[in-house]
Write a protein that binds this ligand. Structure first.
Ligand code: NAD
Length: 494
């Protein structure tokens, strides 16, 4: 079978890579290549940034009314909705995540473009009742310029939408670098911008590797802001590079989120929530509830129930809608998860379930790992502190609220947390004291275009989604107009 050879999107037109090289995108279920992705380089980044810069300063985008910009975003949303099923299937072939999950994401992505499209013409400045007589002072909210959007492989189009929708609504232009492991859906998605009627160069897509495309993009002098989602180590490096150019940044990074179950919880709901927090998406999600903190009085009985439900998980082809746990997306990630299984056992954690590659016949030749549950995990173990990004749950007992908070807040991360309780007081106290950008009470893994999302501590900087996101792509200008008609003393501050 010949594989489709993709092109990038630069200045509104398909673009072959300057390197004339392509690399294979591998389907994690079959472990076989299925598409050819352009291997971009600095030369392509330079072309894409030039196109984005020219669209920002010279093209019709700049002079377009905010209402017209919003209409374009909403037209794009309609096109995504019409193409959702096809794009979801491409994502599953690219990253191995369940088709059911990717369909859910694709059907929901249009909402980001409707929401921010609606917001585009509601970006308003203020008139300041300034303390100085004879002066009129007002503010304007202006776009930043060229935005570099850099995304990971786990939810390729969703995480891009979180950046593109507010960035475009605010009037910026974009160069987007998707993950080298999941670029195909991005390149297919790119075609929709032209169909929607976006002027050329407003959105550009350069594919390739982090060091070959990501880094030249981050350090490019004409890029005003980096909107990055990925691991915290890469994020730290990107932040350092961006600092040299004093660029704006948004960083959405990793997590080691705690799902905390109290003895007064609705245990049916809590078991369900803890399992979905870690095994949905095969644990390959930044918000994975990879630590289950269980109140001592119910620890044993709760673990039994977790094991019973986890044992029923159906593994297999992610394209089958009945599959519940799919493969690990990449070979290096698969090896990393296996490493953590070994580390956890060496540290003395007790493997109650899984702990090995999955050899079930329905897993074919994909990179599968059995849903794994460790008990006897101490908060100081590596398995309790480091992001595994796989179907691996660490269960840690706690005695009371104080200890739960201490353990939950005891990692370098702070992306999300779950609390399971029927006590209103407990829900409020915990949601206040947990150091996490999102706290879910009696639910888990809920996100919306309307609600701000982001991390505390090493989980990130800035917020995506909701009203907070638009200000991440704007800068405020203060305009002073003298209306006094006087000529003041030139030697004193006005
Ligand atoms: P990664 O950090 O390896 O890569 C992310 C992106 O950065 C990729 O496009 C990669 O090519 C690029 N990149 C790599 N080196 C670069 C460099 N030097 N300069 C610029 N760009 C560079 O992450 P990943 O393995 O693709 O994704 C998994 C990670 O993403 C996990 O840690 C996960 O928690 C995190 N994540 C966070 C969120 C969130 O919203 N907080 C969401 C999803 C995933």
């Amino acid at each position: 079978m010949t594989m489709k050879k993709y092109e990038m999107l630069i200045g509104g037109a398909p673009a072959a890579p300057a390197s004339c090289e392509w690399f294979e995108s591998v389907n994690p279920f079959t472990a076989a290549p299925w598409a050819m992705v352009p291997r971009g380089s600095k030369a392509d980044v330079d072309r894409a940034v030039a196109a984005a810069r020219s669209a920002f300063y010279c093209g019709s985008w700049r002079s377009m009314t905010a209402s017209a910009r919003g209409a374009l975003l909403r037209r794009l949303a309609d096109l995504i909705a019409a193409d959702a099923a096809r794009l979801a299937e491409i994502e599953t072939r690219d990253n191995g995540k369940l088709l059911a999950e990717m369909r859910g994401q694709l059907n929901y992505i249009p909402q980001w473009f409707y929401y921010f499209g609606g917001l585009a013409d509601k970006i308003e400045g203020r008139v300041i009742p300034i303390d100085k007589p004879g002066v009129f002072n007002f503010t304007r909210e202006e776009p930043l310029g060229v935005i570099a959007a850099i995304t990971p492989w786990n939810s390729p189009l969703l995480l891009a939408a979180w950046k593109l929708a507010p960035a475009l609504a605010a009037g910026n232009t974009v160069v987007w670098k998707p993950s080298e492991f999941s670029s195909v859906s991005a390149l297919e998605f790119g075609e929709l911008f032209e169909k929607a009627g976006f002027p050329p160069g407003v959105v550009n897509i350069v594919t390739g590797f982090g060091n070959e495309v990501g880094e030249p993009l981050v350090t490019h002098p004409d890029v005003a802001k980096i909107a990055f989602t990925g691991g915290d180590r890469t994020g730290e490096y990107v932040y350092q590079q961006a600092a040299r150019g004093l660029k704006h940044v948004t960083l959405e990074l990793g997590g080691k989120s705690a799902n905390i179950v109290f003895d007064d919880a609705d245990l049916d709901a809590a078991v369900n929530g803890v399992i979905s927090g870690i095994f949905a998406a095969t644990g390959q999600t930044c918000i994975a509830g990879s630590r289950a903190l269980i109140h001592r009085p119910i620890h044993e009985k709760f673990v039994d129930r977790l094991l019973a439900l986890a044992r029923t998980a159906r593994m297999g082809n992610p394209l089958e809608l009945t599959t519940q746990v799919g493969p690990i997306t990449t070979r290096p990630q698969y090896e990393k998860v296996l490493d953590y299984l070994r580390i956890a056992k060496e540290e003395g954690a007790v493997c109650q379930l899984g702990g090995s590659p999955a050899t079930r016949p329905e897993c074919g030749s994909g990179w599968f790992i059995e849903p794994t549950i460790f008990t006897g995990v101490r908060p100081d173990m590596r398995i309790a502190n480091e992001e595994v990004f796989g179907p691996v749950l660490s269960v840690i007992p706690f005695a009371d609220e104080e200890e739960a908070i201490r353990i939950a807040n005891g990692t370098v991360y702070g992306l999300a947390a779950g609390v399971w309780t029927t006590s209103m007081r407990r829900a409020l106290v915990m949601s206040e004291r947990l150091e996490a950008g999102t706290v879910w009470v009696n639910t888990y893994r809920a996100v919306s275009y309307m609600s701000p999302f982001g991390g505390y501590k090493r989980s990130g900087i800035g917020r995506e989604s909701g009203m907070d996101a638009i200000s991440e792509y704007l800068q405020t200008k203060s305009v002073w107009i003298d209306i006094s008609g006087n000529t003041p003393n030139p030697f004193v501050m006005r």
